[in-house]
Design a protein around this ligand. Structure first.
Ligand code: ADP
Ligand code: MG
Length: 340
């Protein structure tokens, strides 16, 4: 089997943004998501023992919870190569062709944002996923003929923030479908401690817990907050770190006791103040905030819904009494409570 190949173009950008140094390289380095982890480990182990290609896997969940991390770790565990594509960039079946024809036997093709595949590309994928073949039409009109091209068996790994947007025929072609949920404070604190060690910065348990509590259940945010605290500590605190320094740094970024930032609070405030608490449609909120509905639905709402600060009703979003309380308390620091 070939060794792990460095992922291409899109991955390169993402790796820079995410700070490659902090991304777990092996499954064993990943924290949390134990159920998903166990099931994937079993599937990988079984495929390896039988010398088979791993079945197709669909990962869904809010941004920053580890979809790409799983997607880069899985081929390493399988000892195979990885190709990375993005649903948004695959406009026509021909865009998918190089990936499919390059896929080595048993290799992994990761399609990020798979809900953004146009229907024509999706339909082109069906026989590729099911029978490892594709149908290519050559010529037009009466001269048109379809040729059948066999592919080497590969694993399709799809990731999406919107499982609901995946069509049933595509969803059903994945042997495993795994949902990633927000991390507990304990799990995030462990990630913070590990990341701090990698960044060679001091970290005590109280500060790690505080960063974890203020990271909206999301490892990517925990790492981002940690890097900011590290900058703050270097610039303002002589490289020292304690709970007070961590809190001051986070408050300077407008991050409150629940981990919400000013954009999250603006969303809550828009529903509360402009729309009298709701119910209000997502488009109206997005217009008022000069934002995109996708941003609100992907980045803002999942955690606020999870914390029951807002609810979704058939007539739109509504702020809850808890959400109103939070607005009243923010952005001042309230006693940090246990969230989950
Ligand atoms: N289970 C995990 N354990 C440790 N760190 C994690 C874990 N999941 C994610 N991370 C960190 O969070 C960052 C974002 O994760 P990523 O896989 O890119 O999220 P997604 O693709 O779901 O948006 C990673 O670079 C990594 O540093
Ligand atoms: Mg990703």
């Amino acid at each position: 089997m070939t060794s792990f190949r460095e992922p291409t173009i899109k991955a390169a950008e993402e790796f820079v943004a995410d700070d490659r140094a902090l991304r777990p390289q092996r499954m064993a380095d990943m924290v949390g998501q134990r159920d998903v982890y166990e099931r994937l480990t079993i599937a990988i182990d079984a495929a390896r023992k039988r010398g088979e290609t791993l079945g197709h896997i669909l990962l869904d969940g809010p941004p920053g919870l580890g979809k790409t991390t799983f997607a880069t770790c899985i081929p390493r565990e399988m000892g195979t190569t990885l190709q990375i594509a993005s649903g948004a960039a695959l406009a026509a079946p021909k865009d998918l062709l190089p990936y499919l024809s390059n896929a080595a036997e048993g290799s992994v093709l990761f399609i990020d944002e798979i809900h953004r595949l146009p229907i024509a590309v999706e339909e082109f994928l069906y026989p590729a996923m099911e029978d490892f073949r594709i149908d290519i039409t050559l010529g037009d009109g009466v001269a048109a003929r379809t040729i059948n091209m066999p592919l080497r068996p590969f694993t399709l790994l799809g990731a999406t923030t919107r499982a609901g947007l995946i069509s049933a025929p595509l969803r059903d072609r994945f042997q495993m479908r795994e949902h990633l949920d927000f991390y507990s404070v304990e799990e995030l604190a462990e990630i913070v401690r590990r990341s701090a060690a990698k960044l060679d910065m001091p970290m005590d348990d109280a500060s790690a817990d505080e960063i974890a509590r203020r990271s909206r259940g999301t490892p990517r945010l925990a790492n981002n907050r940690l890097r900011w605290i590290r900058d703050f500590s270097t610039s303002r605190a002589g490289g020292q770190l304690d709970l007070k320094i961590a809190r001051t740094a986070l408050e300077m970024q407008g991050i409150d006791a629940l981990g919400l930032d000013s954009f999250d609070r603006k969303y809550l405030d828009t529903i509360h103040r402009v729309f009298a608490g709701g119910p209000v449609g997502i488009e109206a909120i997005a217009h008022t905030m000069s934002s995109a509905t996708d941003t609100l639905e992907d980045d803002v709402e999942p955690f606020l819904l999870r914390c029951e600060l807002v609810i979704r009703t058939p007539r739109g979003r509504r702020i809850t009494p808890r959400g109103e309380d939070h607005l009243g308390a923010a952005p001042k620091t309230v006693a940090p409570g246990r969230l989950f």
